[in-house]
Design a protein around this ligand. Sequence first.
Ligand code: BEZ
Length: 236
Amino acid sequence: MESQQEITSMPRIGDKAPEFQAVTTQGDINFPADYKGDWVILFSHPADFTPVCTSEFMTFASMEDKFAEANCKLVGLSIDGLYSHIAWLRSIKEKIEYKGMKNMEVKFPLIEDITMNVANKYGMVQPNEDTTKAVRAVFFIDPKGIIRAIIYYPLSLGRNFDELYRVVVALQAADAFDVATPADWRPGDDVIIGPAGSCGTAENRMEGKEDMDCKEWYFCTKKISKEEVLSKVLKK
Ligand code: BEZ
């Protein structure tokens, strides 16, 4: 029996992704060990055979190859059983046409979590929202198994999948170039470089002597082309 503390604990950014073994629509998985060396998005949805979740799965399925090109695998979860998952995904493929998407096949694993073992480990059940359904949680986990970003949405709000993709690319760009990314950053936009000391002296930064554009000593950007970013992030 898990204690209340364990049930309500939530992993945080920088933590190692909690380990688990689970049954999925694509066979058993050992997480995160099976994903070592890849980025992975572990996400939850409230329930099979519900409309917002259906729209989300169709969108994720339509973008699976795009995420794969950015070295990122997808793993879904809900507090439903395997046969429910299989029947729902078959129904989506055979019966649902939505926003130009049809015949959508979900090829990534969908975890059965009737026991809530995984959902509880990841803080996906947020009882004041719903005690028996996971919220729409998204964990971005890096190739070393470290949680790098987390986004939660309530039951009623479908996720923005362009934003999920943007996060995957931005995290990889930040690692590859040792930079940060400003508001609404997309590949090709200027990136943020570190504080004075680590990136030139305050004087050189303000006098434009370094390869950077300083609006103030604490706010400096530099250019990295879209091609440079994508050459690091996308698979050849
Ligand atoms: C939905 O996916 O449509 C949904 C699921 C659970 C609660 C509300 C909406």
